[in-house]
Design a protein around this ligand. Structure first.
Ligand SMILES: Cc1cc2nc3c(=O)[nH]c(=O)nc-3n(C[C@H](O)[C@H](O)[C@H](O)COP(=O)(O)OP(=O)(O)OC[C@H]3O[C@@H](n4cnc5c(N)ncnc54)[C@H](O)[C@@H]3O)c2cc1C
Length: 401
């Protein structure tokens, strides 16, 4: 597997900032080609299990990256194909869509919990390349094109290539562009309903085995069954940036906070309000940010970005993790194929701009639709259009074989 170019690249010092799904996938694919990169992560240990819920991994992006990482069969063994089930309601509890995955035909977007996905990557990665407890504070460009990396704990490193896989508020991004992550107009409050099948069978039945969206009044209750038996709930609101500070919901007093939230959904179907009633006592408020759609920069040989650092978008196209993993695969393979780091970086960036801007446009359009008027009916229409297009493509493919 190690060709002359990969051997040449293996002599360069490469640092990846961030051990999220993007950074880990990149390190692993490089490792499979004999290139050892160092991954610097600010947390003191792996925290992917605590950060976020179930992710649908797409056939043409996330799954391809897992193939390049040599993990596809392991992924298939743990992926939840039934997690593709989708139910769509409006605020009155009227059901618009009830998609149930066909047990005989595996779908193209199975689910896996973020923690499980990252465990697969970590188990395959040489632990010597991981440096936890290293928060990057600054990357300083040097005259010879390399970068000096400075960390909060006093550690420094000088590298030929630094890759920002450090998410929404990347410390590497300012080396390439002035663009900053901006508030998307949506704030969320994350809740969890644990052991839902045993503790709340009524809600388990309402939610189904996958995702549930209930939409109306420029807000939504989004439920998602995770592999550990909990439903992750994202109460989502179209709102001003400072709404979470000003709304008066006391997030540190859960019972009172849940009462206030139930008031915000007072005229919604009572069964849907159980997503709030049954929730555990931890409420996590968060603002959703995005980078400008179609962001590009002028390429520099010793530095680039992948994942949210490159193209942060709202989660309403379900593409974030898939793009982070696709970027990882595209960059790793481009570095392997090119003798010069700069050529590899440039070729990756050109390709990445095209596919990521398409997803960012879809995500921005979906956000508008989901928080606009008549949202459930319009989302149903849109999803039926997608399904129709997918079927047409499948028919074209099978007739051309
Ligand atoms: C509420 C919500 C729901 C989502 N749902 C979905 C979904 O259903 N499907 C989907 O595909 N995507 C979803 N996403 C998006 C998805 O989580 C991200 O797109 C994905 O995690 C991006 O991966 P990444 O590796 O680029 O960055 P991240 O996962 O953000 O990882 C960045 C890593 O860098 C580290 N880091 C940050 N700064 C520094 C520093 N200075 N020094 C060292 N390390 C640093 C962080 O600790 C972290 O480990 C959702 C996001 C949110 C907020």
């Amino acid at each position: 597997m190690i060709n002359a170019t990969a051997k040449n690249m293996g002599q360069q010092r490469i640092a990846i900032i961030g051990a999220g799904p993007g950074g880990l996938t990149l390190a692993l694919i490089l490792q499979r080609h004999g290139i050892q990169a160092i991954v610097y992560e600010r947390e003191s240990s792996d925290t992917n299990r605590e950060r976020g819920g179930s992710l649908d991994i797409h056939e043409d992006s996330g799954q391809q990256a897992l193939k390049e990482a040599g993990l596809y069969e392991q992924f298939q063994a743990v992926a939840r194909y039934e997690g593709e089930d989708f139910r769509l309601f409006d605020k009155t509890g009227r059901l618009y869509m009830d998609e149930v995955a066909d047990p005989d035909v595996p779908g193209t977007r199975p689910e896996i919990d973020r923690g499980t996905l990252c465990d697969l990557l970590l188990d395959a990665l040489d632990p010597d390349c991981l440096r936890y407890g290293h928060k990057l504070t600054q990357a300083v460009p040097l005259a010879d094109g390399r970068h000096e990396l400075r960390f909060e704990n006093g550690h420094t490193d000088v590298v030929d290539l630094v890759i920002g896989a450090d998410g929404a508020f990347s410390r590497i991004r300012p080396l390439l562009t002035d663009a900053e992550a901006e508030y998307s107009g949506i704030s969320m409050i994350e809740l969890n309903v644990d052991r839902v099948a045993a503790a709340h069978p009524d809600l388990a039945q309402l939610n189904g085995r996958g995702k549930m969206f209930a939409l109306g009044d420029h807000q939504g209750i989004l439920g998602q069954l995770n592999g550990d038996g909990r439903i992750k709930v994202y109460l989502s609101f179209e709102s001003e940036r400072d709404w979470l500070d000003k709304c008066g919901i006391p997030f540190d007093r859960p019972e009172e906070a849940k009462r206030r939230l139930l008031d915000r959904f007072a005229d919604w179907d009572d069964d849907l309000r159980n997503y709030i009633r049954y929730a555990e006592d931890v409420l996590l408020p968060r603002r959703i940010y995005m980078l400008p759609v179609g962001l590009k920069w002028s390429s520099e040989p010793g530095v680039t970005l992948i994942g949210d650092a490159a193209h942060l978008m709202s989660p309403f196209a379900g593409e974030g993790v898939n793009l982070a993993m696709r970027d990882a695969a595209e960059l790793a393979l481009s570095l392997v194929r090119h003798d010069e780091i700069g050529d590899g970086v440039r070729a990756y960036e050109e390709k990445m701009y095209a596919y990521s801007s398409e997803s960012a446009e879809i995500s921005a359009a979906n956000l508008k639709l989901i928080f606009g008027g008549d949202a459930a009916a319009r989302l149903k229409e849109l999803m039926e259009q997608y399904r129709g297009q997918e079927q047409e493509q499948e028919q074209e493919q099978s007739s051309s074989v």
